[in-house]
Design a protein around this ligand. Structure first.
Ligand code: ARG
Length: 471
């Protein structure tokens, strides 16, 4: 069988070497852009019609051929040829086979450089929205689990840690909502990233635009972009929208890794704060008693890949001269990988949080060490008029004495000249957590208020994303 020709065969005597094809192809992964390319190509064809470059009949014929190609892909019966380098050339080749002569006009005034940049932007805009929705699910689940734990007086509390050492008791709801706020910032970052990316490069051509009467404003609107490019060199060669997406996804990955690490710790026998649902834990092939937190571990581990994808793309982009260089083809695989990893990770962790059971007794018992109330004792002295440094020293000395001599702290507090029985009450189980009253703080009063504010933020985010989904 005669070898099919590349779409750019005109000035070449021979066909491409097998090694060239093998090394430079992108079809094996960019097929994922098929419907985005077809969507953008439709707008391009209609633009060519408005410019009088294609007649109405030609526009009709090419649009019909694009529809057929979309159907072939949807029904999984599209046949690739060896000459198809990427999804864009495959679609154009097939459109020409179906539409004949008018099909040869599809690529008029267009280069793969603006074509790829356009289809890829359109793809990323949508996929980031999917990630935002998954992130909102996680934030919502965290808020619901905060409700289960109790957001007011009587709610579950546990030790708050700094340096992974007991610091002060905090409401469990407070702890869970800390993660929810971080995830909401991620969602907000996705919003900002999408806003900057919402620009159509179509019409920029290979690098400089065209002599033909193209309509980049019209095609931008037709596709659904907010605006068209301002500079054709920039439009075809910049991938900061990919780098920014990878950065946002890496930050989400880092947030997920922190939650993962915590779930790993909390589910150990030593902590015993939570128990994972069977459906969200794994067994060991050798040790029958094991129940492993693999989702949490991979949420932790996959952050490495997400960070690597960002670092890799930045290295590819670094020092590239204007305008398009084939290096830029390397933008897709890392982003596909990061999008999939984050979307699946968000869903998996949402499931873990939704189904895990909480051992409130273990949490409370761990938090009820009298030493966790040391700051309350110091603050008691401050209210009585002592300077904080002095108060800190008085309580510090008592703690040391208690530890050194094995005497319960409460006994020393009761007989201390500055403290006494009134202060000893602060060491009773469950008292310390109620004393954190600062707005945004960890006690039941501010936590109940925080839960309301979180509900408002969640509702606001959901609402603005619903508008995008409806587009
Ligand atoms: N598959 C390529 C990419 O994704 C297509 C661009 C090829 N352009 C070119 N001028 N050779 O970047």
């Amino acid at each position: 069988m005669a070898q099919r020709k590349q779409l750019w065969h005109g000035r070449f005597d021979t066909g491409p070497a097998a090694e060239l094809v093998a090394f430079t192809e992108s079809l094996s992964y960019d097929s994922r852009l098929v419907f985005d390319d077809i969507h953008c190509s439709r707008a391009h064809v209609r633009g060519l019609g408005r410019g009088g470059i294609l007649s109405d009949e030609e526009v009709g014929a090419v649009l019909a051929a694009l529809d057929s190609v979309a159907e072939e892909f949807a029904e999984d019966r599209f046949e690739f040829e060896a000459s198809d380098e990427d999804i864009h050339t495959a679609i154009e080749r097939r459109v020409t086979e179906i539409a004949g002569e008018p099909g040869t006009k599809l690529h008029t005034g267009r280069s793969r450089n603006d074509q790829v940049a356009t289809a890829f932007r359109w793809f990323v805009l949508r996929e980031l929205r999917v990630v935002a929705e998954a992130a909102l699910e996680l934030a919502t689940t965290l808020a619901e689990r905060a409700d289960d734990a109790g957001v007011g007086e009587g709610g579950v509390y546990l030790p708050g840690y700094t340096h992974l050492q007991h610091a002060q008791p905090v409401m469990l709801a407070h702890h869970l909502m800390a993660h929810a706020w971080a995830v909401l910032r991620d969602v907000d970052r996705i919003w900002d990233t999408r806003r900057r990316m919402d620009v159509s490069p179509l019409g920029a051509g290979a690098l400089a635009g065209s002599s033909l009467p193209l309509d980049p404003d019209g095609t931008a609107t037709d596709i659904g972009f907010g605006e068209r490019f301002e500079n054709s060199l920039d439009a075809t060669s910049d991938r900061d929208f990919v780098a920014e997406s990878l950065a946002v996804l890496a930050i989400i990955g880092v947030h997920l890794s922190r939650m993962g690490e915590e779930i790993v710790l909390w589910s150990t026998d030593e902590f015993g704060f939570i128990r994972l649902d069977d459906a969200y834990a794994t067994g060991s092939s050798m040790l029958p008693q094991k129940k492993n937190p693999d989702i949490a571990e991979l949420a932790r581990g996959k952050a490495g890949r997400l960070i690597g994808n960002l670092a890799g793309l930045l290295a590819t982009m670094k020092s590239l001269p204007l305008a398009y260089n084939r290096d830029l083809q390397e933008d897709k695989e890392p982003l596909f990988d990061s999008l999939d990893t984050v979307r699946l990770g968000l869903a998996a962790l949402t499931g873990v949080y939704r189904t895990m059971s909480i051992n409130a007794d273990r949490m409370r018992a761990a938090a009820d060490s009298p030493y966790a109330s040391a700051t309350d004792l110091a603050e008691f002295l401050v209210v009585k008029g002592m300077g904080f440094r002095d108060a800190h020293a008085v309580v510090g000395a008592l703690v040391r004495e208690s530890l050194d001599q094995g005497v319960p702290l409460i006994d020393l507090v009761e007989v201390n000249e500055h403290l006494g029985a009134e202060a000893a009450v602060l060491l009773q189980p469950g008292v310390a957590v109620t004393r954190r009253t600062t707005p945004g703080g960890a006690g039941p009063l501010p936590v109940a208020e925080q839960r309301k504010r979180l509900a408002e933020r969640l509702a606001g985010e959901s609402q603005r994303w619903r508008a995008v989904t409806a587009e």
